[in-house]
Design a protein around this ligand. Structure first.
Ligand SMILES: [Zn+2]
Length: 349
C-alpha cells in the first residue's frame, strides 16, 4: 500500500530522464548567427526558441538581427519564432511616431510575434535636450496603442536588477557581479545622478497603468527578481502581464536557498504567468559547437532545479541548492503552455 502511494506521488513530478521527452519553449534568447548548431541542440533537447531583437550596441544592428531572425524562422519554422524591435533614433524629428509604427507593422507582417522594448529607454537614450526618455513618455503611447491594435505582446526589459544600484560586493549573484564589472556604464551604483531603481520601476508601472489591456511580458522577472513577493504584487496589479525568468533563475535560487517553500509557492500560485527563459546569447565570435553544448548544460541544470528535489551546485551561487520539484502540470505551463498562450504561433509549430 505504502509503495503504491509512493509510486503515485512520484508520477506527479518529472525526472531528469524526462528532460528530452517533454516539449519545452525557451521564451527569451538571442540567436544572432545563422549557424545550425544551437538549433540542432535545441531540437535534441526538445526546445522551441523565441529569439529577441534588441536595440543594443553590443549586438549587430537591428536590421541585421531582424534579417538573421527572420531567416532562421523560415529555415526552422517548427522550431523558432522571433521578436522585433524599433529604433529610438530620430525621436526628436517630426514623424518619428508614424515612421516607427510603419516599421513595426512591416516587422509584424513579416512574421515577428512581439515587439521588444529595452532598457536603453530609461537608462541610455536621451532626447535633444539631453533628458533621458522614460518608458512612460506620452510620445510612446501611440506606439503602444498601435501594438495593442495589432494584438501582439510587448516584451519589456526595463530598468535593471536591483543589484545594479548596489556596490559589486553587495550583489546577490555572481552573474550580476560579472555583468556590471564589464558594463560599468550600466552599473547605476556608479551613476547616482541617473534615475533610481524605484524611478525605473515607477515609469514601467505608469506605462502599464495607461495600457492595461496590453499583453506585456516583463523580461528578467520584470526587474523585480530580488523578491518573489514584489513579482507577485506586480502580477496582481497588472493582470495582463507575464514575467520571463531569463537570466534571473539564479535570483530565484538565491531566494529558495533561504526559503524554498516561498519560491515554490510563488511559482505554483502564478503558474499561469511565468515563462521559462534563459537569455542565452549566440554571437558570431562564439565557437558554435561549444556554445550549443553550454546551452544544453544550462537548460538541463534549470530543468533539474524546477523539476527535481536534487541537491546540487548551480553556476550563480556558492552554496548547494535543493530543486523545487514543481508538479508536472506547473512545469508544463511554465515551460510551454504559457508561452503558447502569449505567442500563439508556437501552438502551430
Ligand atoms: Zn535578453
Amino acid at each position: 500500500m505504502a509503495a503504491d502511494i509512493h509510486e503515485k506521488n512520484k508520477s506527479d513530478f518529472y525526472t531528469l530522464e524526462d528532460y528530452e521527452k517533454v516539449s519545452k519553449i525557451d521564451a527569451h534568447l538571442h540567436v544572432n548567427t545563422e549557424g545550425k548548431q544551437l538549433l540542432h541542440q535545441a531540437e535534441k533537447d526538445n526546445f522551441k526558441l523565441l529569439t529577441i531583437n534588441v536595440d543594443y550596441s553590443d549586438f549587430p544592428s537591428i536590421e541585421i538581427q531582424n534579417e538573421v531572425a527572420s531567416n532562421l524562422s523560415k529555415k526552422y519554422p517548427k522550431q523558432l519564432a522571433y521578436v522585433a524591435t524599433f529604433h529610438m533614433d530620430g525621436w526628436d524629428e517630426p514623424g518619428w511616431t508614424e515612421k516607427t509604427i510603419e516599421f513595426i507593422d512591416k516587422r509584424i507582417d513579416e512574421g515577428a510575434v512581439a515587439i521588444k522594448v529595452w532598457k536603453n529607454i530609461g537608462m541610455d537614450f536621451r532626447d535633444k535636450s539631453g533628458k533621458l526618455v522614460m518608458i512612460d513618455d506620452p510620445r510612446l503611447d501611440a506606439v503602444f496603442n498601435h501594438i495593442k491594435k495589432r494584438n501582439i505582446p510587448v516584451i519589456g526589459h526595463l530598468g535593471e536588477p536591483r543589484n545594479c544600484w548596489l556596490p559589486l560586493e553587495e550583489m546577490t549573484v555572481d552573474y550580476d557581479r560579472e555583468y556590471f564589472t564589464h558594463h560599468s556604464q550600466y552599473h547605476m551604483y556608479l551613476h547616482p545622478e541617473l534615475p533610481s531603481y524605484e524611478d525605473q520601476m515607477n515609469a514601467r508601472d505608469n506605462m502599464l497603468a495607461k495600457h492595461k489591456d496590453m499583453i506585456f511580458v516583463g523580461a528578467h522577472l520584470a526587474s523585480l527578481e530580488w523578491s518573489v513577493k514584489k513579482i507577485s504584487e506586480f502580477l496582481i496589479r497588472f493582470p495582463g502581464s507575464y514575467v520571463d525568468a531569463a537570466a534571473r533563475i539564479g535570483q530565484l535560487q538565491y531566494q529558495s536557498l533561504k526559503d524554498r517553500e516561498l519560491v515554490r509557492n510563488f511559482l505554483i500560485k502564478f503558474q499561469d504567468r511565468v515563462l521559462y527563459a534563459t537569455d542565452i546569447m549566440q554571437m558570431n565570435n562564439e565557437n558554435a559547437e561549444v556554445f550549443a553544448n553550454e546551452s544544453h548544460k544550462l537548460w538541463l541544470n534549470d530543468w533539474r532545479y524546477f523539476c527535481t528535489d536534487d541537491e546540487f551546485k548551480v553556476p550563480d551561487l556558492k552554496e548547494t541548492i535543493k530543486g523545487l520539484q514543481l508538479p508536472k502540470s506547473v512545469i508544463d505551463k511554465i515551460y510551454r503552455r504559457n508561452a503558447e498562450k502569449v505567442f500563439p504561433k508556437f501552438k502551430s509549430m
